[in-house]
Design a protein around this ligand. Structure first.
Ligand code: MV4
Length: 497
């Protein structure tokens, strides 16, 4: 089926033509320059001979729109791909060109490498931005891009491959002096080895798939019997899901906090962190609320954790934007668990508190530019919180609620950022992730941020679909959230609808 698919469909290759506009003169400061770009830094919109002229966005929804915006802010043409399910989506009109890559099911469109590469060829782009999900952490896709001489806006496929194996990532972390959860040094060879290790570290232990991540393929074991059954189940599950049944062991930590560190690394050996995000409020490994900085994290722990993240990505030969995930226990000891080798859903939280446009920086480093700021140029500004608004019914087990949005009245005003591709009259397709908006608040202190978020959630009026907005209204008034004492058990303890 290739991209020639539906060649005769007049809508297939309709675009708005070339992007008219980056005729801005050099040396005009952009918002954001104030905080991080040094005085002698030529941080301008000057047209760089090495900068991409046209990028393909291999994603959909809010992140496709987010990347279109970054492209246009950089004077780059944005070409977006879409499936039949998304053909009427309004954000497509904001791209300079749109190309249909197949039917609704993601495996036939957004995950179909041949179709995406054909679209890139057709549109004559120099680079592909994969967004998050879909092909974003697929080293084979990055390899195909390289073979086709298209820049993949993400880490090199070698780094992606090594970090994609979570047991390998643990080894890299250890080699860089980064603390990991006590556990196996490698993948498990046989049940006897697993039993011996479990007795050494003490039950409960967690069996994790080496090829897993994000909570897929995990089993808790609290004794010899559940360890044996868990090993078999986890191996089977991992074999089916990832065609790699290897597993490793970690000591199971009870209700830790989940804190991740944002990093950026260029092709010249420079790497910086952009502080952390607290991501403990999640349900079934889907995050609901994220914030920066992590409340009640002692400054010395923050510093240690952020420096550990930089050492880790440098040891891994990592480039571009990435995230190091840590678990943090009651005594604020932190343990590395995995690297997310992509831009993440919650990246705007970090953008608000640092003033760095992470998607722009991804594009710049992929084009070979050195980072424009040093670690000491990056400072924390206030507090930011993000609420993920999903088309789900939080009062019905988070059942997906796709369909026609009949009312979409969005909040605004001081301290509010809304990243969304949705408009009134938009139909949320049933085929993909149900994220419809990311609502963010940013103020100079956490109580003020909370006040703005409560006010914004009150202003937000959606009809036609069920959303998680009412749940967020409750979370923003929940005492442990207000106190900043949440952990990964929060939703299970608190949300009993
Ligand atoms: C753990 C853990 C406890 N102990 N590892 C889940 C997602 C994946 N990234 C790692 N996860 C966990 N690993 C040890 N050794 C608890 C979790 C976990 C979790 C982690 C982060 C955010 C939410 C979570 C919810 C349940 C379990």
């Amino acid at each position: 089926m290739g991209v020639g698919w539906k060649r005769n469909d007049p809508r297939t290759f309709v675009g708005r033509g070339a992007n008219p506009g980056h005729g801005s003169s050099p040396n005009i400061a952009k918002p954001g320059d104030f905080s991080i770009y040094g005085k002698n830094n030529q941080a301008t919109n000057a047209i760089d001979a090495n900068m991409f002229r046209r990028i393909l966005i291999a994603n959909r929804g809010e992140i496709a729109l987010r990347v279109i915006r970054a492209c246009h802010d950089l004077g780059i043409e944005a070409v977006v791909v879409y499936s039949e399910a998304d053909r009427d989506a309004p954000y497509l009109e904001l791209a300079d060109r749109k190309i249909c890559i197949g039917p609704a099911p993601a495996v036939e469109s957004y995950l179909k490498i041949a179709n995406i590469i054909s679209a890139a060829e057709l549109a004559d782009v120099e680079a592909i931005h994969p967004g998050y999900g879909f092909l974003s952490e697929n080293p084979h896709f990055a390899e195909v891009c390289r073979e086709c001489k298209i820049e993949f806006i993400g880490p090199p496929q070698e780094a992606m491959r090594r970090l994609g194996n979570k047991s390998e990532a643990r080894k890299i972390a250890q080699s860089a002096g980064v603390p990991v959860v006590p556990g196996s040094e490698d993948v498990i060879k046989d049940d006897e080895e697993a039993l011996r290790l479990a007795h050494e570290m003490g039950f409960p232990v967690l069996i994790k798939a080496a090829a897993g991540g994000g909570g897929r393929g995990m089993r808790i074991a609290s004794n010899d019997i559940s360890l044996r059954t868990g090993l078999n189940a986890a191996r089977q599950e991992a074999e089916n899901a990832f065609k790699d049944g290897s597993v490793y062991l970690e000591k199971y930590l009870e209700n830790p906090r989940h804190i991740e560190v944002q990093i950026l690394a260029d092709q010249h050996g420079n790497a910086v962190h952009l502080f952390e995000r607290e991501c403990s409020i999640q349900r079934r490994h889907q995050k609901l609320v994220e914030e920066a900085p992590a409340p009640r994290l002692p400054p010395d722990v923050r510093e240690q954790m952020c420096q550990a993240a930089v050492r880790l990505v440098q040891a891994a030969g990592y480039q571009n934007a990435g995230t190091c995930e840590f678990l943090v226990d009651k005594d604020n000891r932190f343990y590395f668990i995995e690297v997310n080798a992509r831009i993440q859903v919650e990246h705007p939280v970090t953008e608000l508190v640092t003033g760095v446009d992470l998607v722009q920086e991804q594009i710049r480093v992929a084009a070979g530019e050195p980072l424009r700021f040093k670690q000491t140029d990056i400072t924390l500004h206030g507090s930011a919180i993000e609420c993920r608004i999903n088309a789900e019914d939080p009062y019905a087990g988070f059942r997906p609620s796709p369909g026609l949005v009949t009312r979409w009245d969005v909040p605004g005003g001081p301290g509010v950022r809304l990243d969304s591709h949705v408009t009134a009259g938009y139909r949320v397709p049933p085929n993909y992730d149900s994220l419809v908006a990311k609502l963010l608040a940013h103020r100079s202190s956490r109580p003020e941020t909370l006040a703005v978020m409560r006010r914004a959630l009150k202003e937000f009026r959606v009809e036609g679909i069920k959303t998680t907005i009412p749940l967020h209204r409750e979370i923003m008034n929940q005492s442990s959230f207000i106190e900043g004492t949440v952990d990964t058990g929060f939703i299970e303890r608190y949300w009993k609808h």
